[in-house]
Design a protein around this ligand. Structure first.
Ligand code: NAP
Ligand code: MG
Length: 490
């Protein structure tokens, strides 16, 4: 594909030359089986489904569709490994395996980044600089905890939970897998993990890596399939813990089906984060933070800053600067190292985003999109902002999961906080100001799990992550993330 960077003339008339990542260093098989009990096995019903590159609509590979018998086999393999070598192994030995996975991921980072971008549509710059390094960092971090659980829970006698069923979404495929697998293994559990239908390839590559790392068979099992496969995992009677990341609507279904069972669970769900810009903020820096918060990764971020609340006195200036900056964003070939905004993950997600663009306009808001060209094939959405929106508008209340920003204004800090808190979600938020006191007031006033001050979307394996209200139950990451994978005996 011809690079969008090449076509896009900047304000002063210069261009970036195309800088595509090559694919000659990767191998994608025509077909992937299920990774169960340390081996790749064909699905019982022999059915496979395709995964495509959303930037070109080309088929990349076929992956197995796991049904009930396959899930049962995977859970049995995980149980056998749990009752067998894994729970009997010294914690320091367990840690060594996790360290090995981390190191191998680092060694193969370029290959994983390239495949992540091909399968999911996110810019190579992000897979290369964020997804893969952070995934390795999670394995490193939790490897260190494996033999130190007594210090994580002083005075308590902690044990592993058992077999964990883990279900992840398509927006950060390998990273979400690492968030789930690393703490589970560190605490001595075994796992069955299902990646999302549209982005299974880095999970299958991780399965190969885990096989190469020599983990005892059955400690990690990776199964592919659709929503029904996920539901079968959740409802399997021999699963002890469910870790789910995805939409609030599916989270609700899962929570209902778990009611009355003894299964432990964490749910990381949707968000509708607000960024508050005060008049004393460093405006250019804030605009850059807003762009980073909603446009990068095509807005496919649960904690995306999808709402902007700007103090009235600087609203015109901020919106003007934002529009100028949007014009310079490079939308197009995700494999190009200069691309800022890649492909929307699927035709279905593009349809959802487009329906919200219509809803916003029907609700009376004013829509502005950058004027860039987008490639003909593939799924694309130009960076979009809405002004003139009111609090009750659906584009303010509902998660769009695309590069679409709803902008409102406020006069006082209290008004800003009231508006920020007025959605069903509470995953994240941001504040931009020169005044420390305002930072403390806002961070204490917003009901959300993560709040960034004068920055946005910064992640670290040591920080807990999770939501208030309809954004979820429980925390992942950091010391808190260990709690989700242990039982307290005393
Ligand atoms: P989704 O539709 O809820 O799917 C998430 C995962 O659950 C996928 O693997 C999906 O399989 C599976 N699934 C679907 N129906 C299921 C069911 N009834 N029972 C069990 N599993 C089922 O979400 P998505 O569209 O992939 O991801 C976007 C959502 O994830 C957004 O709402 C976003 O905010 C949220 N998210 C939250 C966080 C967080 O940490 N809070 C992080 C990232 C994303 P298929 O893909 O095959 O349908
Ligand atoms: Mg795909």
């Amino acid at each position: 594909m011809k690079s969008q960077a090449n076509k896009l003339a900047f304000n002063d008339g210069w261009h970036y030359a195309p800088a595509p990542e090559s694919t000659d260093h990767i191998r994608i098989d025509e077909k992937y089986d299920l990774f169960i009990g340390g081996e790749f096995v064909a699905p019982e019903e022999g059915r496979y489904f395709e995964t495509i590159n959303p930037a070109t609509e080309d088929t990349l590979s076929s992956v197995a569709l796991a049904t009930e018998t396959d899930i049962d086999r995977a859970v049995k393999a995980a149980r056998k490994a749990y009752n067998g070598p894994w729970s009997k192994m010294k914690a320091s030995e367990r840690g060594k395996y996790i360290f090995r996975i981390a190191r191998m991921l680092q060694e193969r980072a370029r290959e994983f980044a390239t495949i992540e971008t091909l399968d999911g549509g996110k810019p190579i710059r992000e897979s290369r600089d964020i997804d893969i390094p952070l995934a390795a960092a999670h394995f490193f971090y939790y490897a260190g905890w494996a033999d130190k659980l007594a210090y994580a829970f002083p005075g308590r006698n902690v044990r592993a939970v058992g077999v964990a069923a883990q279900i992840i979404p398509w927006n950060f495929p390998l990273l979400m897998a690492s968030w789930k697998i690393a703490p589970a293994l560190a605490c001595g559990n075994t796992v069955v993990l299902k990646p999302a239908e549209t982005t299974p390839l880095t999970a299958m590559k991780l399965a190969e890596l885990i096989q190469d790392a020599g983990l005892p068979p059955g400690v990690v099992n990776i199964v592919t399939g659709a929503g029904e496969t996920g539901a079968t995992m959740v409802n399997h009677p021999d699963v002890d813990k469910i870790a789910f990341t995805g939409s609030t609507s599916v989270g609700r279904i899962i929570q209902k089906s778990l009611a009355g069972t003894n299964k432990k669970y964490t749910l990381e769900l949707g968000g509708k984060a607000a960024n508050l810009i005060f008049e004393d903020a460093a405006i250019d820096q804030a605009v850059e933070g807003i762009v980073n918060g909603i446009f990068y990764n095509q807005g496919h971020v649960c904690c995306a800053g999808s709402r902007l609340l700007v103090q009235e006195s600087v609203a015109d200036e901020v919106i003007e600067k934002l529009r100028e900056r949007m014009e310079t964003l490079i939308v197009g070939d995700p494999m190009d190292k200069n691309t800022d905004i890649g492909a929307i993950n699927s035709a279905e997600q593009l349809e959802t985003i487009q329906s919200y663009l219509k809803i916003g306009q029907d609700e009376g808001a004013e829509m502005y999109q950058s004027s860039c060209d987008v490639p003909r094939r593939g799924y694309w959405c130009r960076p979009t902002i809405f002004t003139g929106v009111s609090q009750s508008n659906r584009i303010v209340q509902e998660e769009i999961f695309g590069p679409v920003l709803a902008i409102q204004t406020f006069r006082t800090l209290e008004e800003g906080l009231t508006k920020a808190n007025n959605t069903p979600y509470g995953l994240s938020g941001g504040v931009w100001t020169d005044k420390g006191a305002k930072i403390f007031k806002v961070t204490q006033g917003i009901r959300a799990g993560v709040i960034w001050a004068n920055t946005f979307n910064k992640f670290d394996p040591t920080s807990p992550f999770g939501g208030y209200k309809e954004s979820g139950v429980g925390r992942e990451g950091g010391l808190h993330g260990l709690g989700a994978y242990v039982k307290m005996a005393t």
